[in-house]
Write a protein that binds this ligand. Sequence first.
Ligand SMILES: *Cc1c(COP(=O)(O)O)cnc(C)c1O
Length: 483
Amino acid sequence: MAVENNSMGLRNLPAVHQVLGRIGADKLLQDIDHSQAVKIIQGYLEKVRSDLIEGKVNNQDKEQWLNDICSDLKNILLQRKERQFRRVINGTGVILHTNLGRAPLAEEALSAIVEVAQGYSNLEFDITSGKRGKRYDHVRTLLRELTGAEDALVVNNNAAAILLVLSSLAKNREVIISRGELVEIGGSFRVPDVMAQSGAIMIEVGTTNKTKLRDYQEAVTEATALLLKVHPSNYKVIGFTESVERSELVKWSHSQGIPVVEDLGSGVFFNQSGQGDFFGEPTVQKVVASNVDVVTFSGDKLLGGPQAGIIVGRKKLIDKIAQHPLTRALRVDKLTLAALEATLKLYAEPEKAKKGIPTLYSIYRSLDELEKRAQAVAKIVRDFDATWKIEVEAGNSQIGGGSLPELALPSRILRITSDHKSTYQLSETLRALKVPIIGRLHDKAFCIDMRTIGETEEKELCKMLQLAFEKMESCQKEGTNNG
Ligand SMILES: *Cc1c(COP(=O)(O)O)cnc(C)c1O
């Protein structure tokens, strides 16, 4: 009976040309590609047809079908006009948000990308000699000068860097690592898995909270290729803990002729004035100076550059790594190199770096400034719709990207609440806008942390909030009318 009913319903479904006629009249969709639109409409109608036959949707009259189908398809086609991968405004206060693309790039890096991408470049061409050159040479000197290392190589990301270092220096041999450093970073990167993939044999020593020099000493055999230290980026073991001082470990290891490799995770070139460290993190320079043989770190964490895995260290080892076939598979592209070189150049002058590299700029914004920016935005947004309450309150931003998990940077939050309206719905509406605003829902309030909102984004933020308020208001009206 139901099947018969539904196949009767098929006759009520509109034809492609009917839908096209109705949708084509829409001003916003006048410039849409005709053949693409037909394909999308056909696909959609087929889906409705099969849903109807399977009884997933109920039959309706002809006019109702046409209305519903056109309204859905209009939204689908409008969305198709926008690029799928696009900019969002980060109101989460997480500076290196992996899901939101980690580090925004400096102006200088952006222009370098545009310049190199627009035409041809000397990517692998030595302009002086007119002969073939190496892509890695464009950043090698800068990296050597900045870090004090003998040599440098850059690959796709830091995970690739570790895989490459282990594959080229330790395949079928033993790598000693402290149990306190067998970390998982962001779901898909686990040190033991990467180790297995590289063909190295992992020798775990010590315990989660304590590893002593003696533990390393007892694990050394003829087959030992290297000692690996991994920064436990996204967590910290506190309390009854012990680990071996880097310099002590290196000194002993070198006396045995065994190199030390360190995965620093987030590499910083920067120390806070008067300290050798950056919020307690050693700089790359410091780690290199303590004679670690190979150091790897990310380009798009605290460094504030493009996604890349940077490997610096002793020339003999870097040469060996560069010759491994995986280097070709993991190589960086020209856009990354352009952005990385431009970012590294900014580090020549620390004050320039602090202002020009957005990651550092965000970290160093003062509470006074954030308070001013938050008040300015709140003042504008309050005028839009009195049913929303806009307050400025104290909160904390995070570095993110698995860097400095314990560090909370005091910030100012735009707190949006309403007695009658849903902040959950507000967050959904804001995400559906042309420039999506990503914030945090906390205690029935929609919160926007001003630290990760650039001054140039403030106008847009206000505009999007106004649009969202209007959209919700008109939806509510429609709802009332229908009811
Ligand atoms: C983030 C991180 C990685 C992975 O770096 P990607 O550049 O994201 O590939 C590896 N090791 C440590 C310790 C990290 O913190």
